[in-house]
Design a protein around this ligand. Structure first.
Ligand code: DP6
Length: 328
């Protein structure tokens, strides 16, 4: 059986950083994200008795062994659940840079979970699919859904209540995001490793966990009231708190470059000039600027002019993961 699926990347407004169980990939805190229309991955999976190992083709090239191993470990979960014992050919196409803090693992594992589950003829509920995607990457659990999405950390030690749910779909509120690319290089330390290092060494890690529910409550309220100022302020707070936490690890983890910092200041300057815009940054040097459609073009033009900004990608809110085709 062969199946193909697409999924979109997502941007965490309330960040996930740290795990309560690394083996099952259970997040230590909940998170809230928006799914992004213009950043997507398309993946096909084919279980083939002729293969003697799993094969990952990423953007038309054979993927490096690290990525292939991670995909293979994920396919083992599918093989366990379905009883299939063939290896698979996975062909994945990303329309944006991989590994540079644009959540390629989110759209990647969400598309892979859906395509692989269908190719293996597993019939999963959206919650089960989100749990499966989480095993590939925590943020991927959120890319199963479109619009505004909350990932529940859950309480069960087996991770059975640690999945994402949709808060509101992509039509609830027209938000725009301008992604400012400051470098196309892969980041130096991946989020999985960065989280472990932070949890083990940061003196602030406990406070990060205990302060997370208040942020989630405020963000849920901002989304339901469509209060952009509130949404933006809590987003910046969660972003700076996460990066401050990572910086406080030993050795400190610093994802930003000079241009990242230039953009942060530029966004705050634009706000002083009366533009409603806020920044957020994930585990990489790119900056995502949240704004409303009326201001998006002017803000993008301004950001494109900041020295060091290589290009910008404007995007709006997008849908959840979808099957594209299946065949036997
Ligand atoms: C900073 O989902 O990439 O983007 O579960 O180890 O694969 P793993 O981590 P990942 O971490 C995302 C971290 C973040 C914040 C977020 O998306 O919530």
């Amino acid at each position: 059986m062969k199946a193909a699926a697409s999924a979109h990347s997502n941007l965490a407004l309330i960040k996930y950083w740290g795990k309560s169980n690394a083996a099952l990939n259970i997040p230590a805190v909940g998170s809230i994200s928006i799914t992004l229309k213009e950043l997507s991955t398309r993946t096909s999976v084919e279980f083939d008795p002729q293969l003697n190992a799993d094969l990952l083709i990423l953007n038309e090239s054979h993927a490096d062994p690290g990525k292939e191993k991670r995909v293979s470990a994920f396919l083992n979960l599918i093989r366990q659940q379905s009883g299939i014992d063939h290896f698979a050919r996975v062909v994945s196409q990303n329309n944006y840079p991989i590994g540079a803090g644009l959540a390629s693992s989110a759209s990647g594992f969400a598309a892979l979970a859906l395509a692989a589950a269908r190719a293996a003829q597993l019939s999963l509920s959206p919650e089960q699919l989100s749990i499966l995607a989480r095993r590939g990457s925590g943020s991927a659990a959120r890319s199963i859904y479109g619009g505004f999405v909350e990932m529940k950390a859950g309480k069960a030690t087996d991770g059975s209540d640690s999945y994402a749910v949709q808060i509101a779909d992509e039509h609830h509120w027209a938000l725009n995001v301008i992604v400012a690319i400051t470098t196309e290089q892969e980041k130096s330390i991946g989020s999985t490793e960065g989280m472990t290092q932070t949890a083990q060494t940061s003196p602030y890690y406990k406070d990060w966990i205990s302060s997370s529910n208040a942020d989630l409550d405020e963000m849920r309220a901002a989304i339901s009231q469509k209060d952009f100022e509130k949404l933006g302020e809590i987003s910046e707070h969660s972003c700076l708190k996460m990066h401050g936490l990572a910086m406080s690890a030993k050795p400190g983890i610093l994802y930003w470059n000079q241009t990242t910092l230039e953009i942060i200041h530029a966004v705050r300057e634009l706000r002083r000039q009366g533009f409603a815009c806020y920044f957020t940054i994930d585990a990489g040097p790119q900056v995502k600027i949240l704004c409303l459609p009326a201001d998006a073009q002017r803000i993008e033009k301004y950001v494109r002019g900041i020295p060091g900004v290589r290009r910008t990608i404007p995007t709006s809110l997008g849908p959840g993961a979808k099957l594209i085709e299946t065949s036997s």
